[in-house]
Design a protein around this ligand. Sequence first.
Ligand code: SF4
Ligand code: SF4
Length: 392
Amino acid sequence: MIDKALAEISEDIFRCYRCGDCREMWRYITGTYGSCPVREELRHEHYCGRGRTAVARAILENKLSYDESVADLAYSDLCCWHCTEVCTLLEGYKIRVPLITRLFREDLVKLGLGPPEALKRLASNVRKSGNRFGQMTQRRAWCSGINISPKAEVLLFVGCNASYIYTDIAKAAAATLKKAGVDFTLLSDEHCCGVTQIWDGQKQIAEELANHNVRAISDAGANVVVTTCAECYHTIKFDYPELTGDKLGFEVLHISEFLSDLIEKSKIKFREFRKKVVYHDPCQLGRGSNIYEQPRKILSAIPGVEMLEMKRNRANSWCCGSGAGQVVRLANPQLAMNIAKDRLQEANNTQAQTLVTSCPFCLTLLSAAKRSMDKVDIELSDLITFVSQTLE
Ligand code: SF4
Ligand code: SF4
């Protein structure tokens, strides 16, 4: 027996009144259907919010025990917040299914029933090298030749993906900040933000990473931390205070917030760039952090850019399939891929030339989906890489 972490969120679990709006819903205004990408794909009740809540309740009432089938269920949850968004519980209270799943997974890890192997390997990479890829090369190799201030008010938290895989994102962010005249610094010893371990139930590792990064940011003397990655942003801003047990001594901004402000102050000028663009809201930036308009505002400010929208946009956006912290992509790749293909097809149907997003996990999975699909020719781009090529 363990002390169930799940009990921490029993209020949500017991308040669900099983209305089923998180199972399926027609929206007459937008003509869209569906509340849960996983339920739409796998079709069974227990994959949607109310099903997951019912399983969690049975566990708290000792009518069901944690076992392998329950673990499979837990690691198929995208934690995309769609069910929370549509939850119609009275008194304005919304059931936070992603947080239920997170605690569920913490219990599974304590019992040795989780996480799946791919996530164990990823955690071992992070422990060994400080990054999710297990790379032993210099994390700051991407900025060799770029003059970076040793200390500054603004700190660019680069993240693992932009440091090692999408170095164009890191370079584009640095170039854009420099063009706008922003003095910024980087951490000399940045570690992975820990997003995957927060979501896959390995909380202790996430705590170690959070403590390391918060200490390093304080030592760097920065007051503002800017991230290009939706998941780093959500993690540092909303999870680090809980993981470190303390309020943050700095402000956290997503680069779209930071750039919107610079555009308002006329510190950024764009040249004409003729493209039809559609924006995909990453779940942790959109529903998870309520940032919908700033990326659109930046793209719309570029002369020649024509903004299009998918039917499912903003709070009603459909997850790319990766899941918070890329957990579902790693634990259940086929499920993730099927959801990604559906989303990419939706973007392609808008006739946009470029799909822009602001999360490297979305970019990775949607790019893989594109490679496996015929007749999808939409380009994919990260927000800041797109923006940097349009600067005057
Ligand atoms: S968080 Fe997303 S994937 Fe998980 S149950 Fe809710 S809608 Fe479905
Ligand atoms: S919408 Fe909210 S109250 Fe209704 S079944 Fe889903 S989680 Fe429960």
